[in-house]
Design a binder for this molecule. Structure first.
Ligand code: HEM
Length: 451
């Protein structure tokens, strides 16, 4: 097959990768709007109560933002793999089959939430049968990934290890998260809670593997240096990430009487992978020449901000993982700060770095014209996110102090009100900042010509 033919074929899959990216950005926009509606329901409980209660907005928001992370990662991986393998995607129709299945499943899930049909467990609250279709929709992705790359794991760079693990563990953790459907698990509360948190905690590990892999690949492409992704420290990072994926869920189960060694292991290794990722980004920043920093301005700024969020979240995660402190922080907004700090500050920023790199490659002129808008978006997002994150910590501390002083629930809520207001209003700015990034990307992606 000639190089020209190869290029034409990989361009065909690029169209599908672009469609995935548009879908992922739509999930994000919609998810953000629902998050802000949920925020207003904190400070004005009757807001939209009859049409869309908090019991609906919360799962809709969480489903959509997680769908953004998985789909965004899949979109850029679909774009990267033909280039890494230097051959067209193995199954061109498979990527469209994946797209159609994914679109249909998400439409069913969103509709069932709006109509008030639940039936699933936390984070996967939609009717359980839809979980089966999510599983099926990932099969063409897995086939295309492994059959196009045909990885040789003896020499593969670390991002291929990360992506492979992320895909494999997605199938494992999704299956585990439905074990509660069997009586053997559902009828024993300790077994049930432990398995459920293990599955969900490890599922987070699976999307981290996909997203961190895209970050490391991007660092290789922007610096032109292939060594860091093959260095001992990078593989150490991978194995630490894998251990984390398998054990760090332990810090979600401090409340159940599971074996004590699980809790100790969970604490010791908890979040150490973030330290190594922060280190890799710092090394990459040192390696970049001024010209490279200028040319890849948006990915550079996004990765640098992600580094800042990695360090902040690392400090918070280590603090809340100390079992004695976790007793107090569990169930407060400090946990929500940890979840949103990581999914916005780390996952979303790392993904946008790849999104802008992707656009720069396929639409260089359009990317250049949207740089200013995106630059303002990055600034607003990061400033607003800091206030947002601190307000969640603030309301968490109010709850802890209320519990320690045996205060009545209504008094704790009253004292939390100012923090909830800051949370909601700063959330509006997070929506504004990220919307600028979304619109800058969509405007460049949806143009027929590179303008
Ligand atoms: C990229 C953007 C965002 C991501 C990835 C994200 C992610 C998440 C996640 C993972 C949770 C579940 C937290 C947990 O269970 O502990 C959550 C909950 C929530 N988020 Fe977001 N979020 C985003 C933006 C926003 C914005 C802008 C707002 C606006 C105020 C918001 C409001 C909420 C609310 C109200 C909850 C429910 C908290 C509760 O359970 O009481 N989110 N979000």
């Amino acid at each position: 097959m000639t190089t020209e033919k190869k290029l034409t074929d990989s361009c065909t899959s690029d169209k599908a990768a672009k469609a995935f990216l548009v879908l992922a950005l739509s999930y994000l926009l919609f998810g953000l709007i629902l998050g802000v509606i949920g925020g207003f329901q904190y400070i004005l409980p009757p807001f939209l109560k009859d049409r869309l209660s908090f019991q609906q907005t919360r799962p809709l928001h969480v489903y959509l933002v997680i769908a953004w992370i998985f789909t965004g990662a899949q979109a850029v991986i679909y774009y990267y793999i033909p280039r890494i393998a230097n051959r067209p995607l193995y199954w061109q129709q498979g990527i469209w089959l994946h797209f159609m299945l994914q679109l249909a499943v998400s439409l069913f899930i969103i509709t069932s939430f709006f109509l008030g049909y639940f039936g699933g467990r936390e984070y996967l609250e939609f009717p359980p049968v839809l979980g089966l279709f999510i599983f099926l929709s990932w099969i063409p992705f897995a086939i295309n990934f492994f059959a196009t790359l045909k990885p040789n794991y003896k020499t593969a760079p670390v991002y291929i290890w990360s992506w492979s693990t992320g895909i494999l563990f997605f199938f494992i953790t999704l299956s585990e998260s439905y074990l509660w459907l069997f009586d053997f698990f559902r009828t024993n509360v300790v077994r049930d809670t432990t398995i459920q948190w293990k599955a969900l905690g490890s599922m987070v590990g699976s999307w981290n593997m996909l997203v961190y892999g895209t970050g490391i690949y991007l660092m290789e492409k922007t610096s032109g240096n292939a060594n860091p992704a093959r260095s001992p420290v990078a593989y150490f990072f991978y194995f630490l990430g894998l251990t984390n994926l398998m054990f760090n869920w332990g810090h979600h189960t401090y409340i159940v009487p599971a074996a004590p060694w699980v809790k100790t292991v969970a604490y010791v290794i908890s979040m150490t992978e973030l330290l190594i990722l922060a280190h890799l980004i710092i090394q990459w920043r040192k390696m970049m020449t001024d010209a490279q920093k200028y040319y890849h301005r948006l990915p550079y700024r996004l990765l640098s901000f992600a580094d800042f969020w990695i360090i902040l979240n690392l400090i918070l995660a280590i603090t809340i993982s100390v079992p004695a402190w976790n007793y107090y922080t569990h169930g407060t907004h400090i946990t929500v700060a940890h979840a949103m700090g990581a999914t916005i500050g780390i996952n979303t920023l790392l993904l946008f770095a790849s999104v802008f790199y992707f656009i720069q490659q396929v639409r260089p002129n359009a990317a250049e014209r949207r740089k200013k808008m995106a630059g303002i978006g990055i600034l607003i997002t990061n400033i607003a996110l800091l206030v947002f994150w601190l307000s969640l910590l603030g309301s968490g501390f109010v709850k802890i102090s209320g519990k320690l002083n045996n205060e009545a629930f209504y008094l704790i809520m009253k004292k939390s009100e100012p923090w909830f207001k800051v949370f909601t209003y700063s959330g509006v700015f997070v929506l504004l900042g990220i919307s600028l990034l979304i619109f800058a990307s969509l405007k460049a992606l949806l143009r027929k010509k590179d303008l």
